[in-house]
Ligand binder design. Structure first.
Ligand code: SF4
Ligand code: SF4
Length: 299
């Protein structure tokens, strides 16, 4: 190839580049969309985890919605009060109160729960649930493969030695990603409760108590001892399962003490949020930390 051919090729490429950059310059002017500078500011105070709890595909889309006024300053579920306050400050609007929630697990079975068959498939709760409803005899129990743990964008869940997911209340933002992922959530295994809710019943089974007990030693047996012990009328056995009314519950501990199955845990209000883990079991929590023990004793 002689030098003139090389020169021609270079010139052709250069002119192509010039034409393309000209077209791009015109297009960028013509199709320029004015971006509200507040979108960037709002996006910078959002968690940036794109968890989807607010129903939007990304934090940036949420920021756009808040800036345009189509979403409230409280739109970010995971951000809670802190983020809502920061956004209200940026936009110069009044502060809005956020009802923070955290996730709780209504199952205490784990490795103690009876198996209908040995499962050797993919270690996933969703996969196990598809095989004849899963290996557990209890149709409501936790499979313990930790799909919820993997789904949590904030690292707030871990599996304990019983094969049950426990929630680090200091990290849980209430985004609900775990609830959406768990194949048992529709029957109440994982649910969101007010952050300060004091107690949780570790069972979501609705079978006959006798059948339930044969399937799991840690279940609620609908004996109503908690109901009778509660001085605030805050816990009732409904359809053979103890259910807490968080509007009335004071966290006095009476139901926890009364339950012969030890299937009610106290956490949240009476256990410091920074150290509390939802799911260790009340006695384990109380024994594990002097601070927590003192707080539980004060209840
Ligand atoms: S709570 Fe649900 S997703 Fe999590 S380990 Fe148990 S069955 Fe699996
Ligand atoms: S005391 Fe325990 S086992 Fe009895 S009904 Fe209440 S939660 Fe269930």
């Amino acid at each position: 190839m002689d030098a003139s051919m090389v020169l021609k090729a270079v010139l052709a490429l250069a002119s192509l580049g010039l034409v393309a950059s000209g077209v791009l310059a015109v297009a960028s002017k013509r199709f320029h969309v004015e971006v509200d500078p507040r979108v960037e500011q709002i996006a910078s105070v959002l968690p940036g985890s794109n968890c989807g709890a607010c129903g939007n595909p990304s934090c940036f889309v949420t920021a756009e919605g808040i800036a345009s006024g189509s979403l409230p300053v409280t739109a970010c579920v995971a951000g809670g009060q802190e983020v809502a306050d920061a956004i209200a400050g940026l936009l110069g609007v009044d502060r809005c109160e956020v009802d923070t929630v955290v996730v709780v697990r209504a199952c205490g079975g784990g490795i103690a729960a009876a198996r209908a068959y040995d499962y050797h498939g993919v270690p996933s709760c969703a996969a196990a649930a598809r095989l004849a409803g899963g290996p557990l005899v209890c149709q409501w129990g936790c499979f313990g493969f930790g799909d919820c743990v993997k789904a949590c964008p904030f690292g707030a869940l871990s599996l304990d030695e019983r094969g049950l997911p426990v929630v680090d209340l200091a990290r849980c933002t209430g985004c609900g990603a775990c609830v959406q992922t768990c194949p048992r959530s529709s029957s109440g295994l994982l649910s969101l409760v007010p952050e300060r809710a004091p107690v949780s019943v570790r069972c979501s089974a609705h079978s006959k108590p006798k059948e339930r007990k044969a399937a799991c030693s840690a279940c609620c047996i609908a004996c109503k001892k908690c109901e009778r012990a509660c001085p605030s009328d805050a816990i009732h056995v409904v359809e053979m399962l103890a259910v807490v009314d968080y509007e009335k519950c004071t966290g006095c501990n009476a139901c926890v003490e009364a339950c012969p199955q030890q299937c009610i845990d106290i956490y949240g209000r009476n256990v410091a949020r920074t150290t509390g883990a939802d799911g260790a079991g009340w006695r384990a929590v109380a024994a594990g930390s002097a601070v927590q023990e003192a707080e539980v004793a004060e209840a």
